[in-house]
Design a protein around this ligand. Structure first.
Ligand code: NDP
Length: 240
């Protein structure tokens, strides 16, 4: 029987590529979305059209109760053995001008979202004695980025959470890793980086493709990555 993988933010640029990769690798993919059901449903159709298996789940990762209900409903039909915590937002401002709302919104999605979703899937995952948790963070958490104190703090906290959770579940056949992308070609990065800036800050002179991030996630989700845990692996064209 194939394993099930939940990808939060599967409707987004990187999330969609991860869903496609995992489906090609034989996972039953749960494409999660918050506000973009149409996009997630179209992705599910595209995956099914080539023989893959996909369904859509809608919830707000910042809402603990809603997340629990939605994840429980998914798990009524079986455990989730791969969780990719990919949902994330940025809301940049120079620190003195950072509004408390911008701080809380960004921390809420990336960090509290990780807490809500991961806790909801963990016990059933432990019972199966096999699991993969992959947290999508950012190079901003490794090298800092002006205007992203909130975002870097949220993603950096995920790095620490990754290491601690990896220790807690190491004996249960579950690995926990973080993937920290650099500049990746998506709508999110298009708001922040023009091509001249990308050429200046990325030694390889180009943005990464979502599929390149997805290959790494696919490997970490595979049987072959069983001995890799508690790691932060950055994919960034040699930025750091
Ligand atoms: P997108 O903006 O394309 O996608 C973000 C995803 O997060 C969407 O699917 C969105 O769902 C979901 N999301 C946002 N808020 C919530 C919420 N409250 N509850 C549930 N889901 C939510 O971003 P990318 O694909 O570019 O980024 C994906 C991840 O990669 C993020 O964590 C980002 O921080 C990280 N990253 C991206 C980089 C880049 O260059 N693009 C670089 C480094 C890291 P919906 O649209 O359905 O509401």
């Amino acid at each position: 029987m194939s394993k099930r993988a939940l990808v939060t933010g599967g409707s987004g640029g990187i999330g969609a590529a991860i869903c496609q990769r995992l489906a090609e690798d034989g996972f039953e993919v749960i494409i999660h979305t918050h506000r973009n059901f149409t996009k997630a449903a179209a992705l599910a159709d595209a995956i099914r059209a080539v023989g893959g298996c996909a369904e859509v789940s809608v919830f707000d990762v910042t809402d603990r109760e809603m997340t629990n209900l939605a994840v429980q409903a998914l798990m009524d039909t079986g455990p989730i053995q791969v969780l990719v915590n990919n949902a994330g937002v940025h809301d940049d401002a120079a620190f003195p001008a950072l509004d408390p709302r911008q701080w809380h919104d960004v921390v809420d999605v990336s960090l509290n979202g990780f807490f809500h979703v991961t806790q909801a899937v963990l016990m059933p995952m432990i019972r199966t004695r096999w699991g993969r948790i992959i947290n999508i963070t950012s190079v901003s958490a490794l090298m800092g980025n002006r205007g992203q104190v909130n975002y870097a703090a949220a993603k950096g906290a995920l790095h620490s959470a990754t290491k601690s959770l990896a220790l807690e579940v190491a004996s249960r056949g579950i690995t926990v890793n973080a993937v920290a992308p650099g500049v990746i070609e998506t709508e999110m990065s298009a708001q922040t980086f023009d091509s001249a800036r990308v050429a200046r800050i990325v030694p390889m002179g180009r943005a990464g493709h979502p599929a390149e991030v997805a290959y790494l996630v696919g490997f970490l989700a595979s049987e072959r990555a069983a001995y890799i845990s508690g790691q932060v692996i950055s994919i960034n064209g040699a930025m750091v």
